[in-house]
Design a protein. Structure first.
Ligand SMILES: [Zn+2]
Length: 135
């Protein structure tokens, strides 16, 4: 069995700090496309632009891949979610698994998977071009 470097209780802040520097260089906000995040001690990590919350957990299910992390974005704290510069997450939350070490990270999977109904906003994507006929 793979052993975790972190205990399972109360360690999310430690994990966040452990991964923050290069992981947050890699990540972007799927709600607005921003690459800027800020870390509020004891509160968590939030998108600088839209305040979407980001949670980092060490992924437990890849034996031998101790760099795998699970990143969850949540709309609960998002500001102005229904502006046209934002895209709401499916059911308000989306997770992605990031594998690989510093400088070589890649996204292993999204949950739920991007599909015809939803795709993560890409950095630099211009959402104002999009026809949004939501009611
Ligand atoms: Zn954002």
């Amino acid at each position: 069995m793979a052993t975790s470097k972190y205990t399972s209780d109360g360690s999310s802040l430690e994990v966040t700090q452990r991964y923050s520097e290069d992981l947050f260089d890699f990540l972007w906000c799927p709600v607005c496309g921003s690459r800027e995040f800020h870390h509020i001690v004891f509160e968590g990590v939030f998108c600088e632009a839209c305040n979407t919350q980001v949670e980092i957990k060490q992924a437990q299910d890849k034996a031998g891949t101790d760099e795998a992390v699970l990143v969850t974005f949540s709309n609960e704290t998002t500001w102005n979610l229904h502006k046209d510069s934002r895209r709401e997450l499916p059911e308000g939350t989306v997770s992605l698994k990031v594998i690989g070490g510093p400088g070589a990270r890649e996204i292993d999977m999204w949950h739920p998977s991007p599909d015809d109904f939803w795709e993560p906003v890409q950095p630099g994507e211009d959402l104002t071009d999009e026809d949004s006929d939501e009611d």
